[in-house]
Design a protein around this ligand. Structure first.
Ligand code: NAD
Ligand code: IPM
Ligand code: MN
Length: 356
């Protein structure tokens, strides 16, 4: 089969990690007889530099005309002083919205070989960790009204958290459907003791729960959830939460698995077209130095094969290669521990392909 993939390398380490991910995808194509046709497009800082805007229309059109989108990361100090709607990050929010990708799946899995890389004590992670964070992606405070105004205390700024019933319902359904395919346990995380938007969230999630009597639903306040994630992460299976809480909790969950360089993500909506990206950023501190861990991006390729292209064996092959290469003792610097062999981005990509 032929598949059209839009590639958005973005900024910072984006091009470093995307290069390795594409070589992995090429090898999948060779081994399984598929052809992946790549169209590169600009998003983020690179798009600002080349087109004067973080999300050019041609990028949106290219993404819409493809089977799946693979993204590196966007942002960097060069563009940090631009107004909010001109920042690279606005381009990322824009493409998520333009493609209707309201659900962001962020699986935090600890690989056996990486237990030493986790900052948590061995006894806390001894039974493994396998959490799916489901983050609402096109609503909430990220997309609410924001602005500046004058106040008695001087200039003021505001951002608005808002969710409507249909937005909550559709993400809740993703949460319950995911729970049905896993351990049938769903933890909805909110701040319903303070926020009205969270109270509506909880009410709608309870409503949707009636359609899924087999799923054990619980609720937790986000502050407690942040604490419980490091106290006893194994208690979580599927976490369902808002845009901003999901952003924060998934970074925390990633570190439990050893490094933010390990966590992939899938952003999906109501069609097969999805956007796949590591959860980390453009890491300007290590950009272009052959230091970035490419595994989160390579695992995002596996998610792309699984969710958008229905290529399950191919996805499994990548995930198995990641496991094997970690078992063989090779590490990028972010996941290194005493006795392991540290390699760069390119070498890690090469080792992974050898294990495939
Ligand atoms: P970051 O995730 O880029 O980096 C945080 C820390 O983690 C840094 O020390 C970095 O070196 C390290 N790190 C991240 N990815 C790594 C990898 N693959 N391998 C090894 N180490 C890795 O977060 P930040 O520093 O807060 O943000 C930097 C820029 O990235 C900002 O402009 C921010 O807006 C942007 N950002 C973009 C995305 C995205 O494109 N999806 C996500 C988060 C942040
Ligand atoms: C992420 C990032 C983005 C987000 C930023 C860069 C807009 O942190 O993908 O997690 O907050 O969604
Ligand atoms: Mn984030």
């Amino acid at each position: 089969m032929n598949y059209k993939i839009t590639v958005l390398p973005g900024d910072g380490i984006g091009p470093d990690i995307i290069a390795e991910a594409l070589k992995v995808l090429d090898l999948i194509g060779e081994k399984y007889g598929h052809s992946f046709l790549y169209t590169e497009a600009d998003l983020g800082g690179i798009a600002l530099d080349r087109h004067g805007e973080p999300l050019p229309q041609v990028t949106v059109d290219t993404c819409k005309g493809s089977d799946a989108v693979l993204l590196g990361a966007v942002g960097g100090p060069k563009w940090d002083t631009l107004p909010g709607n001109k920042r690279p990050e606005a381009g990322l929010l824009g493409i998520r919205a333009a493609l209707g990708l309201y659900a962001n799946l962020r699986p935090a899995v600890i690989y056996g070989a990486l237990k030493d890389a986790s900052p948590l004590k061995t006894e806390i992670i001894s039974n493994g960790i396998d959490i799916m964070v489901i983050r609402e992606l096109t609503g909430g405070i990220y997309f609410g009204k924001r602005g500046r105004l004058d106040s008695e205390g001087g200039e003021a700024a505001f951002d608005t958290e808002m969710y409507n019933v249909s937005e909550i319902k559709r993400i809740a359904k993703v949460g319950f459907e995911t729970a049905m395919k896993r351990g049938k346990k769903l933890m909805s995380v909110d701040k319903a003791n303070v926020l009205e938007s969270s109270r509506l969230w909880r009410q709608v999630v309870e409503e949707v729960a009636k359609e899924y009597p087999e799923v054990a639903l619980s609720h937790m306040y986000v502050d407690n959830a942040a604490m419980q994630l490091v106290r006893n992460p194994a208690q979580f299976d599927v976490i369902l939460t808002s845009n901003i809480f999901g952003d924060i909790l998934s970074d925390e969950a990633s570190m439990i698995t050893g490094s933010i360089g390990m966590l992939p993500s899938a952003s999906v909506g109501s069609s097969k077209l999805g956007l796949y990206e590591p959860i980390h950023g453009s890491a300007p501190d290590i950009a272009g130095q052959d230091k970035a861990n490419p595994i989160a991006t390579i695992l995002s390729v596996a998610m792309m094969l699984r969710y958008s292209l229905d290529l399950t064996d191919e996805a499994d092959a990548i995930e198995k290669a990641v496991q094997d290469v970690l078992n063989s003792g090779y590490r990028t610097a972010d996941i290194a521990s005493p006795g392991t062999k540290v390699v760069g981005t390119k070498e890690m990509g090469k080792l992974l392909r050898e294990h495939m």
